[in-house]
Design a protein around this ligand. Structure first.
Ligand code: PGA
Length: 275
């Protein structure tokens, strides 16, 4: 994560004090993905409980309610410490797309980020790398920030193709972005086999992939861009394992599903990103 002396030395070997300085500026980002849970009143209750429980502001915190609760959650947020994140967007600006939601609508309700490429979108709803890439561009063109999720399936891990898979997803998702556009992207590495299973990746397994992703960003956009980019881990994060994961050098917070539905647990996870 950040501010460790050993880390500064390690990065210093490659790039000197400029890289060190940028690393110091990487603020962890912990985002709760509520998926298809919580009615409007339940969403308001949850975000209020979370607001009153949070004391520190040095971690960036986000919540991603269902579309039906976005507006109400925005209104309920008494302060701007908590970012509003949409779980999905359609790639077209408007039109005959029954059941879909546009960027204009997400801007209108006050979203700050849009989550794109979540494994449930890729695997349950059949979103291809190409569609995910289109959505990334739609979000950036609309002026919001994007959380781009990627990760390998259990079969891909067993076959030893984890890094090949995430590199392919990264290449496709971010292809052609300028450095300015990249600065509005947060990556979320979420091994599919760890999502909602209770079986988190180990800190070492996650760190290996995060490091590979950061190296790929460095190869494409330069070391400065790569040291600024935040990479969240996601997949069965709980209060009990959060700190071990977040203390890894290249893990900058998390994308939290199940545990984000309980204000206490989610606040504990946010606090684990501070230490
Ligand atoms: P989980 O979900 O924390 O319940 O594993 C993570 C996610 O889907 O983002």
């Amino acid at each position: 994560m950040l501010l460790s002396a050993s880390l500064c030395v390690e990065y210093g070997k490659h790039g000197g004090s400029v890289l060190w300085l940028h690393y110091m500026q990487r603020v962890p980002f912990v985002c709760g993905n509520w998926k298809m849970h919580k009615t409007v009143s339940e969403s308001i209750a949850l975000v209020n409980a979370l607001s009153s429980r949070l004391t520190d502001t040095s971690v960036e915190i986000g919540v991603a309610p269902a579309h039906t609760s976005l507006y109400a959650v925005k209104k309920a947020l008494a302060d701007d410490r908590i970012r509003l994140v949409a779980q999905n967007v359609h790639e077209a600006p408007r039109g005959a797309f029954t059941g879909e939601v546009s960027m204009e609508m997400l801007l209108d309700v006050g979203c700050d980020y849009v989550l794109v490429g979540h494994s449930e979108r890729r695997h349950i709803f059949g979103e291809s790398d190409e569609l995910v890439a289109q959505k990334v561009r739609t979000v950036l063109a609309g002026g919001l920030r994007v959380i781009l999720a990627l990760g390998e399936t259990l079969d891909e891990r067993k076959q030893g193709s984890t890094l090949m898979t995430v590199r392919r997803q990264l290449t496709s998702g971010l292809e052609g972005l300028s450095e300015d556009e990249l600065a509005k992207v947060v990556l979320a590495y979420e091994p599919v086999w760890a999502i909602g299973t209770g079986l988190s990746a180990s800190p070492d397994q996650a760190q290996e992939v995060h490091r590979a992703l950061r190296t790929q960003i460095s190869d494409g956009w330069g070391s400065e861009a790569s040291t600024k980019l935040r990479i969240q881990y996601g997949g069965s994060i709980k209060p009990a394992n959060a700190q071990a994961l977040f203390s890894q050098l290249d893990i900058d917070g998390g994308l939290v599903g199940g545990a984000s539905l309980l204000a206490e647990d989610f606040a504990d996870i946010c606090e684990a990103a501070l230490t």
